[in-house]
Ligand binder design. Structure first.
Ligand SMILES: [Fe+2]
Ligand SMILES: [Fe+2]
Length: 174
């Protein structure tokens, strides 16, 4: 059985994951309109994954005798000055999500809720992966600079990045 405070904290995370899905959906749309097909597909995949993160929380809360809350969401940023800025925002957002997960882990330990603590370890690992991926992508973008040919190759390669990572660890995030 979940305590009221753990339930509230997990419900807050449902909203964060749902908003993350919207954030990346908006990025996917922006990239698609700009003709960056690979980047767009990458962002559509990210958006789907965030929805899965949200659903996992919904199921966990309900299974443990709580009631998952489906709330209104803040509107995401829908426009960017460059694709570099967009990926900087992605990293910023993932760091924010990691902090939120860390806070949840802290609360679960304080309340000695080891089932929730165990459940959250999946999110801890996921955030390490997602932050690492965002940093790798930003390193590549910094190497490209203003080179249009580089952007073309990056847009092509990021799709392979999505495919190979999904193949290596089925069901795991990027
Ligand atoms: Fe997530
Ligand atoms: Fe994420």
């Amino acid at each position: 059985m979940l305590s009221k405070s753990i339930e509230a904290a997990l419900n807050k995370q449902i909203r964060i994951e749902a908003e993350s899905s919207q954030v990346y959906l908006a990025m996917a749309v922006w990239a698609e309109v700009k003709g960056l097909e690979g980047i767009s597909n990458f962002m559509y995949d990210q958006s789907d994954e965030e929805r899965e993160h949200m659903l996992k929380l919904v199921k966990f809360i309900n299974e443990r005798g709580g009631h998952a809350q489906i709330s209104e969401l803040n509107a995401p940023n829908v426009t960017f000055t460059s694709f570099k800025e967009m990926f900087e925002k992605l990293l910023e957002h993932e760091v924010f999500v990691s902090e939120s997960i860390n806070e949840l882990v802290h609360i679960s330990l304080e309340e000695r809720d080891y089932a929730t603590h165990n459940f959250l370890q999946w999110y801890v690992a996921e955030q390490i992966e997602e932050e690492a991926m965002a940093r790798t992508i930003l390193d590549k973008i910094n190497m490209i600079g203003d080179d249009k040919g580089g952007l073309y190759l990056f847009d092509r390669d990021i799709q392979q990045l999505t495919v190979s990572s999904a193949a290596q660890t089925p069901g795991a995030g990027i």
